[in-house]
Design a protein around this ligand. Structure first.
Ligand code: GLU
Length: 291
């Protein structure tokens, strides 16, 4: 099957073994069917993104023997597309401004007897969902900093039952409520991850989204956003996570597992692939079709 895939790292640190595996899954799927593998730089994650990390991503991928479509997307170039999606959702009456700070949310959750909890931690308790239209506009007019959240309950009621498909786990019934009223626009970030990833995967016509199992639950909300924005629904492959010998997940800051460090220690790409548990990419045709 011809697959269009992408590897979408955030340039907030050096790539590690887990990234190598993730890139390989996308690369291999595209290459198997004569499709297209792209790299997308998710660089709107605030000041933690650094150009030197972006440069290192390409160096490391090339060193590993992977290739990718020459057109590289950067999320910082895509802000107008995200803003358009936000306008569309706002036009449907499904977004509300949220004035809460992280601290006030934490305090509110701590004071609740049954704080709402999702697969990724505590959920937004919903304080700003209940504000009146007048209070919202007054506070915005007064210049109070605010984010924008999705009214997930109202959105789900609008679109009804949704499903999505994962290559390992099969057909899934979407459960967006498990993530609550996610933030789609941050106080100082034009688009949060959930929004930008959906907009970009659709715009790049991704057919198979390959990423780690840690993002499995995020897909419930992505599926809902796809329905609201009326974009095609890709298939998914949430792959295993590479763990260290103690069974711990490799966090991005796990410098010891950085591909760069392996290289400095004189290891060859084949050694890295062996650590990741896959066969080194065989030379052959490129993993992209020309545009
Ligand atoms: N930038 C995200 C990450 O590095 C990408 C997630 C995805 O592939 O959807 O975790």
């Amino acid at each position: 099957m011809t697959e269009i895939t992408r590897f979408a790292p955030s340039p907030t640190g050096l790539l590690h073994l887990g990234h190598a595996y993730s890139a390989w899954v996308g690369w291999q799927a595209a290459r198997d069917g004569g499709g297209r593998f792209s790299v997308r730089i998710e660089d709107i994650d605030g000041p933690r993104c650094r150009p030197e990390y972006e440069a290192a991503i390409f160096e490391d991928l090339a060193w590993l023997g992977l290739d990718w479509h020459p057109e590289v997307w950067r999320q910082s170039d895509r802000i107008p597309a995200y803003t358009q999606a936000v306008e569309r959702l706002r036009g449907q009456g499904l977004l509300y401004p949220c004035f809460c700070s992280r601290t006030s949310i934490r305090r509110e959750l701590a004071a609740m007897a049954n704080a709402p909890h999702g697969p990724e931690g505590p959920l937004y308790p919903g304080r700003c969902r209940g504000l009146s239209a007048a209070e919202r506009s007054d506070r915005i007019a007064a210049g109070e900093a605010h984010a924008w959240r999705l009214d997930t309950g109202a959105a789900t009621a609008r679109v009804g039952r949704l499903t999505w498909w994962d290559r390992r786990a099969g057909e899934q019934s979407a459960d967006p409520a498990s993530l609550g009223d996610v933030m789609l626009v941050g106080k100082d970030r034009p688009a949060a991850y959930h929004l930008s990833v959906v907009v970009d995967d659709a715009a790049q016509e991704i057919t198979l989204v390959t990423r780690g199992r840690d993002l499995f639950h995020a897909t419930h909300i992505h599926r809902l956003l796809q329905a609201l924005l009326d974009v095609p629904v890709p298939r998914y492959h949430h792959h295993r996570l590479v763990r260290d010998d103690a069974g711990t997940r490799l966090a991005k800051r796990a410098d010891a597992f950085a591909l760069r460090r392996y290289r400095e220690q004189g290891l060859a790409p084949a050694d890295v692939w062996a650590h990741a548990g896959v066969a080194p990419p065989a030379p052959g045709r490129p993993a992209f079709r020309s545009a």
